[in-house]
Design a protein around this ligand. Structure first.
Ligand SMILES: Cc1cc2nc3c(=O)[nH]c(=O)nc-3n(C[C@H](O)[C@H](O)[C@H](O)COP(=O)(O)O)c2cc1C
Length: 327
């Protein structure tokens, strides 16, 4: 069995968290991940309606039967503090507050008995989260889908495992049993996976988007601000989003200042989002997208990932420790 601080604390079968993904990981996906043996999370975007959290929490928890998590963005909470109140009221087992300072939010969450987590992208953000008193930090590497930093998962994970007493989860580029095994063997308390769930029908994305995801390879992503700029979403400096490259990103990459004042480009992106035209509309996805080959239910993805990781770790450790009898 794969026991870590995370499985013990949350009472889950596998040390695997289904990442919060705004617009994609709502109640249905979160519930399927938890039913598969992990912890499913609801992603809350900066512009999501106030009623989304309560509504999706009912689905994620299956009316209060299952544990689940909620992922918030620190910079969005500064503008919309009511999102924190809604999250606490929804009674999640775990809340992540990422992309900005977590300090103001740890105590209210703790007081409500909620496990507090921050995704971090470098040593300064990890230090700030540790000082704020979070229960876990998530080393989020640049391979990750969605908004992230510039340091790779392995360099960041090693720094955090060596540098902090806190349990560390690993995110970014983990999509197969070998990946989960690698981070657990390194000392992580669990894997935080998003991209490997993008081809699951429980995701809140459109079927057309899932087809584009399945056709993409590991070299098809770009870390870009163009989609945020064209939508006027005020992400703080230092965070770009890893998305599938498309005609819109190819056109505007390195022309960000021009894009910021181009109303036609903003209108084109808005229309493409409505129409599901993924030549222009964005699909956030990480480099692990190359490991997705078929549409599969999220519970099955997580159960297979957990079971195969256990089998793989045992087999590999036996291989590595076998005494060589022949030279
Ligand atoms: C489509 C998508 C949306 C995301 N939205 C959020 C979000 O709302 N909040 C958040 O904290 N992280 C978000 N992330 C980042 C994930 O929490 C996580 O770090 C990432 O998916 C892990 O790397 P992987 O995609 O390689 O598995 C998102 C990722 C994706 C792919």
């Amino acid at each position: 069995m794969l026991h870590t601080e995370l499985t013990e604390q949350l009472g889950i079968r596998f040390p695997i968290v289904g990442a919060p993904m705004a617009g994609v990981a709502h109640g249905r996906l979160a519930r399927a991940v938890t039913e598969g043996g992990g912890l499913g999370m609801i992603g809350v975007g900066s512009t999501d309606g106030i009623d989304l959290i309560g509504r999706e929490a009912v689905v994620a928890s299956d009316q209060g039967r299952l544990p689940f998590g909620i992922g918030l963005m620190a910079w969005a909470l500064e503008r919309r503090p009511e999102l924190l109140e809604m999250a606490i009221a929804a009674k999640p087992a775990l809340v992540s507050v990422s992309f900005g300072s977590t300090a103001a939010y740890v105590q209210p969450l703790r007081d409500a008995g909620i496990v507090v987590v921050a995704q971090v992208q470098d040593l300064p953000s990890a230090t700030a989260a540790a000082e704020a008193g979070v229960d876990y930090v998530v080393a989020q590497g640049t391979e990750a889908g969605g908004h992230t930093g510039k340091v790779g998962t392995l360099p960041l994970l090693q720094l955090l495992l060596d540098g902090f007493d806190l349990p560390v989860l690993a995110a970014g580029g983990i999509a197969t049993p070998r990946g989960v095994a690698a981070v657990l063997a390194a000392g992580a308390a669990g894997a935080w996976v998003g991209t490997c769930l993008l081809a699951s029908p429980e995701a809140a994305s459109r079927p057309e988007a899932r087809a584009v995801v399945l056709a993409a390879t590991e070299t098809d992503t770009v870390l870009t601000r163009v989609f945020d700029i064209a939508q006027g979403i005020p992400w703080p400096e230092g965070f770009a989003g890893r998305a599938l490259r498309n005609r819109f990103s190819d056109t505007w990459e390195h022309r960000e200042a021009e894009l910021a004042v181009d109303e036609a480009a903003a209108a084109l992106l808005a229309a493409a989002k409505t129409d599901g035209d993924y030549d222009a509309a964005f699909i956030y996805a990480g480099q692990a997208v190359g490991s997705l080959h078929q549409e599969r239910g999220a519970a099955e993805v997580i159960t297979e990932l957990g079971e195969a990781t256990e089998a793989w770790l045992l087999k590999r450790l036996a291989e590595l420790s076998r005494v060589r009898t022949t030279q």
